[in-house]
Each structure stands twice: as C-alpha cells, then as structure tokens.
Design a protein around this ligand. Structure first.
Ligand code: NAD
Length: 499
C-alpha cells in the first residue's frame, strides 16, 4: 500500500501547509484504501485565507470588466482542456463513474461560460430627466470576500455554481470543499492561477466544522454560499445571518417522480433507473420516491426491475454504470435503511446487498435497491437516504400524488411523466417544489436560469447562478445626479419632489 498523499490548502496563489495539526483520511471508495490525508484548517489558517482574500478583493473589484472576462475565458479553456484530469481526481475520491465525473465538470463549465457574459449581466438602468436635468441610474457593486462551502457529492460542479459568478462580479472567494473529496478544488485553484487570476482572489481552505464556523463568524466575510444537508444548511443560514452576512444555504432533498396512468412507461422506467441510481443516488436531484398513480405500479415496477438487472456496479474507472458509495460509514448507513424498510413492511423487490461488484472487495459497495408498497410513514420514505434506494409509493389519483409531494418538507426537484399536457401544466403550477421536470428526470436548470429548491431544500431568498446568482454576489446602488443648472438651485427644505 502506498503512503497517503498530503492534501493541503491553497492560499494567496500557492499551496499552503497550514498551521493546524489536524488532518482527515481521504479514501478511494472503490478500494476502501486511504489514499490521502487532508489538512483540516484551524482558525489561524482560515484567517490567513480571509486576509489574503480581503486584500485582493479591493483591487479586483476595481479591475476592468475586460480584464475579468479575459481571465474567465482563459479559465474556461484550461478547465475544458483538463476536465479529464479533474474527472479522474473526482472518481478517485468520490467513487462516481468517470463519465459522470467528467459530466459534472462539463455542467460546471456552463456556469463559467455564463459568467463570461458578466459585462452584460452587470449592466444597470438609466432614466434621464426624472426631474428637470436630474438623471437616475443603478449600478451593482461587489461585496468583498465571499465564502463558498460545498458538499462531497459534486466536488467540481457545486463550487463552479458560485465561484465563476462571484469572481466575475468582482469578489474574492474562499472555498471550503468537503473533506471527503478535496483534490478537485486544488486542481481548479491551479487553473485559476494559470489563467492569470491575481493571488488571493481564489483560495481553498480544507477543513471541517472548525473552518466553517470561523468563516461564519469572520467579520471580513460578507456573504456565504452553502450547499449540503438540511440540518447544516439551516445552521449555516442562522449563524451566518446572525453575524450580519448575506447567506444562501441549499439543503437536502427527497425528490418525487409522479407517473400518471397515460405515461409512456418505457420512458418512465428508463428515467426512474437513471435518476434513482446515477451516481449511486448521491445527487441532490436524484429521484428517491416514485409515485405510481392508478394502475401503473405493477407494469412500471416490472420494467424497472428488468432494467436494474442490466446495471453493472463497480469501480468507476472500469466503464461500469454505478460506482461505490463515498465512505464505508455512509454505505453502512444506507444499507441500514434496507432492514428498516423490510421491518416497516415495505416489499423489497431488489436487494442491493445481493448485488455483484466489478471492483476490489474492500470497496464501499451497495448495488441498486428497489422497494415497492412503501408507506409515507416509513423511514425509507421520510428520510433523505442519499444512496441507490428507490421507493415506490402507490396512490389512486393525481390529487393524492400532489398532496403527497406538497406535504413533504423538502422541495428541491420533482418530475411528472404523462402524455396529458393539461395534467402536466396543472402539476407545474400546483406543485410546491423549486425545479420541475415534465417527462424529464433530474431537471437541473441551465446555468442562465437559477438552481434552487423550496422549503427545507433552501434557506435564504436567492438561488444559485443565473441572474439570481449575480444579484446574490452584488449590491445594488442607485445614483441620482444633477449637473449644475443655476436656474434649478435655491433653498427648499421640503422633501425632494419631481418637477
Ligand atoms: P454535509 O451537510 O455533511 O456537508 C456539507 C458541508 O458542510 C461540507 O463542506 C462539510 O465539511 C460541512 N459540514 C459538515 N458538518 C458540519 C457541521 N456540523 N458544521 C459546519 N459545517 C459542517 O453534506 P454532504 O454529506 O457533504 O453532502 C450531501 C448533502 O448535500 C445531501 O443532503 C444533499 O442533498 C445535499 N446537496 C444539496 C444540493 C442542493 O442543491 N440543494 C446539492 C448537492 C448536495
């Protein structure tokens, strides 16, 4: 077994060993081996990163839009050229299959491309002659230092939802990636440096709760973009806003796919398998609850089962469909839901513990699992399992399906499968969920729209990327100006009125 690689921070334009003694193991989930030891920042290391960011932010905010876009275009080219390398680093630490890992970088690249349009996105409004010779115009200005705190499941794409937009808007960023798969963030830091980004505008602090807490209380951090589980998202939102910061905190999910009796069942079965088991179910837009309406359940479950039998679970570098879970502890937690579901009376149609694996015996394996006849009171329905476990809930009518989805405390994504345009339109209007797919699973919005859920899936008012992202990372200012006109002068202590 080779010695684990040390994974450090990136502060002020270079790798930084840090001041803390603490470190955590990083695994290759396909072998179970410890491949890295990631430094865990203490307060002093976070303070160094924030200080470097604060000093860089001032001149970066004054840089010209063309300076910023040149660097963004360059970063886009470099990341595109090296997306296979970033993808390989993700597969090695997260476990998702290589094509999926490269796919997440590609989706992240779309946000970089969106951010390249920042000159247009920052344009303000202008009203001439709102009063005699008085003009009013609006501008948007950078906030200063922004912290981005990201989850394990998209180590490249989630940081890329925020980082290019906030940098384009003139801010400096401190990224705190997940300690489970920290290497992709360092590769991206190198690419920003190669693209010519000034030192300190992008830093990476590796760490855990200690680093997060310091970022949340640090007086020089103006805003926080967080993505992770709901309890931590709520905590980050409450602590960050109490410290006077602007916070957007995206949380967990329990995404429902509703299948109406008139749906194309082959399309629906393909979608359920792809969205349920892609990335081993470790996606915040994964489908985990399949709501079968009327008499579709029996044929739909049969079709899903057929497709599941063809899936290959194994090492992400071997062309398999699905990789391992991220850690042994997470695999055990997900597997414990299989017992819980059986005990609660659900029908275990396919048991992932019986699956075969194309990989090392030490890997964190669990093959796709299917439950039928799941009751909404069961923990396999109420909890976000975040693994390859799909639960079928049977209901009689559209109204019951809608009621079930809307009663759920999460509201991240949902999909409806039907050939009835009227029913689909009703669903899109009535469902209390932030992102809706019509005959489309995993309806992740394009970069020029904004990504975000409702209810317990997002704390804050602003979604990620798109125009909402630009607004989150900038402050509006409105200027009212009059150039000297002696005829309009004179004393008047009344409230300004237009004439
Ligand atoms: P997590 O909440 O455990 O961790 C997220 C981040 O918070 C990490 O950087 C972690 O180091 C930090 N953190 C963990 N515990 C903390 C604590 N007690 N105090 C302060 N910081 C802490 O989430 P995860 O397991 O890395 O990611 C999976 C979760 O993220 C799932 O719930 C998934 O639904 C969610 N997610 C949501 C979205 C979305 O867009 N809504 C996208 C991706 C993932």
């Amino acid at each position: 077994m080779s010695t684990p690689t040390r994974i450090t921070h990136w502060i002020d334009g270079k790798a930084f060993g840090g001041t803390s003694e603490r470190a955590a193991d990083v695994f290759n989930p396909a072998t179970g081996q410890v491949t890295g030891r990631v430094d865990l920042a203490d307060d002093a290391t976070v303070d160094l990163a924030v200080a470097a960011a604060a000093s860089a932010a001032e001149s970066w905010a004054h840089s010209s839009l063309s300076t910023r876009t040149k660097i963004l275009f360059k970063f886009r080219e470099l990341l595109n050229e090296r997306k296979d390398e970033v993808g390989a680093a993700i597969t090695a630490e997260h476990g998702k299959v290589l094509s999926d890992a490269v796919g997440e970088v590609t989706r992240g690249l779309e946000v970089v491309e969106f951010a390249c349009g920042i000159p247009h996105l920052l344009k303000g409004g202008f009203s001439e002659n709102v009063s005699t010779r008085v003009d009013v115009y609006s501008i948007r200005q950078a906030l200063g230092v922004v912290a981005v705190i990201s989850p394990f499941n998209f180590p490249a794409m989630v940081p890329l939802w925020f980082v290019p937009v906030t940098i384009a808007a003139g801010n400096a960023v401190v990224l705190k990636p997940s300690e489970k798969d920290p290497s992709a963030s360092l590769l991206m830091a190198q690419l920003w440096a190669e693209a010519g980004l000034p030192n300190g505008v992008f830093s990476v602090v590796q760490g855990d709760k200690v680093a997060v807490d310091r970022l949340l209380e640090h007086p020089d951090v103006a805003a926080v973009s967080f993505v992770g589980s709901t309890p931590i998202a709520r905590y980050v939102y409450e602590k960050g806003t109490a410290a006077g910061k602007r916070v957007q905190a995206l949380g967990g999910a329990k995404n429902h796919m509703v299948v109406l009796p008139d749906a194309d069942l082959d399309l629906a079965a393909d979608a359920a398998v792809n969205a349920g088991f892609g990335s081993a179910g470790e996606r915040c837009m994964a489908i985990s609850a399949l709501v079968a309406v009327g008499d579709v359940a029996d044929p739909l479950v049969a079709k899903i089962r057929e497709r599941m039998a063809t899936l290959r679970t194994g090492d992400g570098t071997r062309g398999c469909d699905m990789g391992p879970l991220v850690t042994g502890a997470h695999r055990d937690k997900v597997a414990s839901y299989l017992d819980a579901g059986v005990e609660a009376g659900a029908e275990l149609v396919v048991d992932g513990r019986d699956g075969e694996f194309d990989g090392d015996d030490g890997g964190f394996w669990l093959a796709p699992t299917l439950f039928d006849k799941v009751d909404p009171s069961m923990s396999i329905y109420t909890d976000e399992i975040f693994g390859p476990v799909l639960s079928v809930v049977r209901v009689d009518t559209y109204d019951q399906a809608l009621e079930l989805v809307n009663a759920n405390p999460y509201g991240n994504g949902t999909a409806i499968f039907t050939n009835d345009g009227g029913a689909a339109r009703r669903y899109q209007n009535e469902v209390q969920v932030g992102m809706v797919g019509i005959n489309v699973p995993i309806p992740v919005p394009m970069s020029y729209y904004s990504f975000g859920g409702w209810k317990n899936s997002l704390f804050g008012d602003t979604h990620a990327h798109g125009i909402e992202g630009v607004h989150f990372f900038t402050r509006g200012k409105v200027v009212t100006s009059r150039w000297l006109d002696p005829s309009h002068g004179g004393l008047n202590l009344g409230f300004p009125q237009n004439a």
